[in-house]
Design a protein around this ligand. Structure first.
Ligand code: FAD
Length: 416
């Protein structure tokens, strides 16, 4: 008997597993496939924050103004992997165009308004449906500032958050130190998002979703996708290194590698690796239980199940370049400035590749010129935040619904 066709989700990171779970609950036959173990790629090591406060995409004039500094300062929050520069130029040109265009910035703001509102609902539903309660905490989040000038620079984003109804309180340095004991006297301001939620183990979240998917009858295959069978506008099969799988529909959720698959299907996903690092420290003297982000330094300090995680900063790089481990050392130096005396010996360190499109908007929805291919990639700094929302939106589109108008800005066909 021939194998039954199913919806094949390619990629078992947080985005792919969340999509697979949602489609499975809708009653579809779903197959989840990954060349590795679920949750071992970028979704393994993030800062764990559900960033529904993220309403102003990074492709905007203020980010662009920092590019010269980024090229000069190898220890800044944004840097470039020097050997990758030639291959990054086309991406950077597209980024500059998107960041300079008022129309593009507005598309980013409007689409993130819809996505973060959906994320809020979608995570609560998924936590309940997949029994993830023990992995999440709602303790709020605290952004801290070392100068009034850098606090003032966040005003544009706070105004948007306010308009959207995001709950936050502006606090002085003293109150910030009460919320996160151990913070240095150099902190002069803070913004406290009291409703903020984080996970204490991002890897376990993906692993648990994958386990639940299998327990509910979903096949999870370990194999590398390397091609597709086609019949006109329809993809009829997914070809892996060791088998051919009949496909009713396909979802591309392969993180930074998604562009290699879209190319085979005739459309572009100009993704770069926006690399970030984490360092896990023994949780010595940690007397706070919410994520804290020193805003000027571009990283998060998150108390997690296995210790204190320092995660973040950006290093633009071509794929498969050797890590720049001094970026991880930098996180530890930052911690010592911001939380002197907090954190013990190093437990582990990690590098991950945020999958980032030049306009800093994800690709969500039906692929161009194809009847049964859907996309969920390019989630850059907020893949954990937007994963479950992406699953719900794709499920709705598969069921024949139109996506909300602002999400046209996330159309996977916008790069040709
Ligand atoms: C330092 C750092 C901190 C971060 N902090 C946060 C945070 O606090 N909050 C937040 O929301 N986000 C955060 N992020 C971003 C978030 O981690 C990413 O956006 C997210 O993990 C991307 O998930 P993904 O599923 O798209 O990709 P991945 O996790 O990379 O998964 C893609 C999967 O596809 C598989 N794959 C690829 N090609 C193929 C193929 N041909 N065949 C089969 N399988 C294939 C890979 O093996 C992989 O398992 C952070 C990122 C970094 C680096």
């Amino acid at each position: 008997m021939s194998e039954q066709a199913s919806v094949i989700v390619i990629g078992a990171g947080i985005v792919g597993t969340a999509i697979a779970r949602t489609l499975q609950r809708e009653g579809r036959a779903v197959t989840l496939i990954d060349s590795g173990e679920p949750g071992r790629a970028t979704s393994f090591g993030n800062a764990g924050f559900i960033a529904i406060d993220h309403v102003l995409p990074l492709a905007r004039p203020s980010t662009l103004r920092r590019v010269p500094q980024m090229l000069m300062d190898r220890d800044g929050p944004l840097t470039l992997h020097p050997a990758s520069l030639p291959s990054l130029v086309p991406w950077m040109a597209r980024f500059a165009l998107a960041a300079y265009s008022q129309a593009e910035v507005k598309k980013g703001v409007d689409s993130f308004g819809v996505l973060t509102a959906e994320a809020n609902i979608a995570w609560k539903a998924e936590i309940q449906a997949s029994g993830l309660g023990e992995l999440f905490k709602t303790r709020g989040a605290l952004y801290v500032y070392e100068s009034e000038a850098s606090f003032a620079a966040g005003e544009e984003e706070r105004a948007l958050q306010k308009a959207k109804g995001t709950v936050f309180e502006i606090v002085d340095g003293k109150r910030a130190r009460e919320l996160a004991p151990g913070l240095s006297e150099r902190i002069v301001r803070g913004v406290h998002y009291s409703h903020g939620m984080h996970t204490i183990d991002p890897y376990r979240v993906v692993a648990t979703l994958a386990e639940r998917f299998v327990a509910d009858g979903g096949p999870l295959l370990r194999s590398r996708v390397r091609g597709f069978g086609r019949d006109g506008r329809r993809v009829t099969s997914v070809e892996t290194t060791d088998r051919s799988l009949p496909a009713e529909a396909v979802v591309i959720a392969a993180g930074r590698a998604s562009g290699e698959l879209t190319r085979l299907l005739g459309f572009n996903a100009p993704l770069v690796a926006e690399r970030g690092y984490h360092v896990m420290l023994a949780p010595d003297n940690v007397r706070f239980d919410l994520p804290v982000s020193p805003a000027e330094r571009g990283f998060f300090i998150t108390p997690m199940a296995e210790g204190l995680r320092l995660a973040g900063t950006v290093e633009l790089a071509a794929p498969h370049q050797p890590p720049s481990w001094h970026r991880a050392d930098l996180l530890v130096r930052h911690l010592k400035d911001v939380f002197p005396g907090v954190g013990g010996g190093e437990l582990s360190r990690w590098i991950g590749e945020r999958p980032t499109l030049p306009d800093f908007r994800p690709a969500i929805g039906r692929a161009p010129r194809l009847a049964n291919v859907y996309c969920g990639y390019g989630h850059q700094h907020v893949g954990l935040t937007l994963a479950t929302a992406t699953g719900r939106l794709i499920a709705r589109q598969m069921a024949g619904e139109e996506l909300p108008e602002p999400l046209r800005a996330c159309d996977p066909g916008r790069f040709g």
